[in-house]
Write a protein that binds this ligand. Structure first.
Ligand code: G3H
Ligand code: ZN
Length: 338
């Protein structure tokens, strides 16, 4: 199966019975290997992604950079996979970074134009529009798909403050439409920050020509403090208003029933990162406990302690693979390789 674009995967996912394609962040060879193995085992189409902030791990002052080598391995694995795979830049924050990964061979990029290049200060709507249009123009000339973002998706640690009254309104499309009307003034007074407005999003998609849109529907990155609220009424209005597939960021911790309902309401790509990190951590914790017990025993029996990094990383790799397969089954993409 060749390397494909996200757009090709989205078109296949929109055919009945609809599904969402899992998009999983790889940070090193073990996580990449786990993600590809999961897709092969689950016979699932795959989006494997590398987020711009991971450059802080693959190219560090004073260390030999391994970015191109890791990306080269991921692209090589994608080309020889027996399932369709898109290799995607996640949360790219500048035209230069997006161009770099296009030149490396990525088949899909996200330009996260809602934040500045450092991912700190919000960009203005005009700046987001300009940088997104520039990336779309360059990417489409190369046959590469582009995901964009409008508004500020929930960042790590920030739940969107939603009252029970707002939850009730945002869960029903008719009540959400009324709320959109009531908050239509300059600056959208009373509209919860972090939630995407269909009118704004439709204009953004039309002006940029992007292929997928990350939407703010109540999710956020990282671990949720409470139970996440997914604005299903809003999601239904977004699907009606937008001619492009919708992307759920912050997939970790979203209850399976909200995921499957979201898929029926137009979510076609679901990003997962933290869930794999938790699996990796937990497996290492477990194995290190076992290793320490063996070392204590060796100290008592006088045997020499044994150290083997591979015996720590292999179970972590396996744990990540299991979580990826679990998500592919819930997203409905398991068994849908074409
Ligand atoms: O872009 C990556 C995802 O949005 C990660 O979200 O870490 O909450 O699974 P997550
Ligand atoms: Zn994200």
């Amino acid at each position: 199966m060749a390397l494909v674009t996200s757009k090709e995967l989205m078109e296949a996912a929109a055919k009945e019975p609809v599904y969402a394609v899992g998009a999983f962040n790889a940070v090193n060879l073990e996580t990449a290997q786990a993600i590809f193995t999961a897709a092969e085992e689950a016979r699932s189409p795959l989006i494997i992604q590398f987020t711009q902030t991971s450059l802080g791990y693959t190219e560090v002052e004073g260390w030999v950079s391994v970015t191109e080598e890791l990306i080269g391995s991921i692209l090589s694995l994608a080309r020889r996979a027996s399932v369709p795979v898109a290799v995607h830049l996640d949360h790219g924050r500048s035209e230069e970074v997006a161009a770099r990964f296009m030149d490396l061979g990525f088949s899909s990029v996200m330009i996260d134009g809602s934040l500045d290049e450092k991912g700190k200060a919000p960009r203005s709507a005009e700046e987001n529009l300009a940088v997104t249009k520039a990336v779309v123009e360059k990417a489409h000339a190369k046959g590469i798909s582009v995901e964009g973002e409008i508004g500020l998706l929930g960042q790590v640690g920030e739940e969107i403050p939603i009252t029970p009254e707002l939850e009730e309104k945002l869960s029903d499309p008719t009540k959400t439409a009324k709320l959109l009307d009531e908050t239509a003034g300059p600056g959208y007074p009373g509209w919860p920050a972090g939630l995407t407005r269909p009118d704004e999003a439709a204009q953004f998609v039309e002006q940029t020509g992007l292929d997928l849109l990350a939407v703010g529907i109540g999710t956020k990155h990282g671990v949720y403090k409470g139970k996440p609220f997914i604005a299903h009424g809003l999601l239904q209005l977004l699907r009606e208003a937008l001619p492009v597939p919708l992307v759920m960021h912050g997939g970790t911790g979203v209850p399976d029933k909200d995921v499957t309902q979201g898929v029926q309401e137009g979510i076609r790509k679901i990003n997962i990162d933290t869930q794999m990190r938790i699996a990796f951590y937990s497996a290492i914790n477990r194995v290190m406990g076992e290793m320490n017990a063996l070392h204590n025993l060796a100290d008592i029996t006088g045997e020499t302690r044994k150290y083997d990094i591979r015996k720590v990383l292999a179970p972590a790799r396996e744990a990540v693979k299991e979580q990826v397969i679990n998500r592919m089954k819930v997203f409905g993409c398991a068994g849908r390789a074409f």
